[in-house]
Design a protein. Structure first.
Length: 193
């Protein structure tokens, strides 16, 4: 079993500046026109589809390597949420994401019983690159199918919004925001990451 060097460490990067950048990034979503650079769309789609495959096959350590050290995984409860002011379904920094992976592997993640089988479809993907070529915005729709022994199948549909940043080892996910279409209705243990 693979593990992290430090099981639990504090998040030092979630400060006011990070939150302000996150809200600015959130608000810019409505300013984008059609995605016209097919190379940017194709290479971004490759990363997002790879992420979905890693999650579906429970390759969580490879999955988390797609994220920056200062990443956020965010499931807001409303579209224009500010995580400092509104309740979110999930607002995980890297430490919490790592903790979640470790919990899955212990066998004591009771909301994972019976074991879940998932498949994701990513559609309607668009991507734009910043003028300096160092960041990308990727928007898509995700449809997740979940099967659990003895339970009826579940489906989740979300609008995905990614903030990718270019690093020495390629494109990494800085922020993943998934707004479920029924996020205001409450969820039963949303553990599909």
């Amino acid at each position: 079993m693979q593990s992290f060097d430090v099981i639990s460490k504090p998040s030092f990067y979630l400060d006011d500046a990070y939150y302000e950048a996150l809200i600015t990034w959130r608000d810019e979503a409505s300013t984008y026109g059609p995605a016209t650079d097919t190379d940017v769309v194709a290479s971004s789609a490759s990363l997002i589809h790879y992420e979905a495959r890693l999650l579906d096959t429970r390759r969580f350590y490879e999955w988390i390597d797609l994220y920056t050290e200062d990443c956020i995984y965010w499931l807001p409860s409303v579209a224009l949420a500010d995580p400092r002011r509104e309740v979110t379904v999930t607002f995980d920094d890297r430490r919490r994401m790592e903790d979640r992976i470790i919990r899955f592997e212990t066998g004591y993640a009771h909301n994972q019983e019976p074991d879940r089988r998932l498949k994701r479809m990513i559609t309607n993907l668009e991507a734009w690159e910043s003028d300096d070529g160092l960041s990308r915005r990727v928007m898509a729709v995700e449809h997740v199918f979940e099967i659990r022994t003895g339970k009826p199948p579940s489906e989740f549909v979300a609008s995905l919004d990614y903030w990718l940043v270019k690093q020495t080892d390629g494109w990494k996910i800085k922020v993943k925001k998934a707004l479920l279409i029924d996020s205001e209705d409450g969820l039963e243990a949303p553990t599909f990451l």
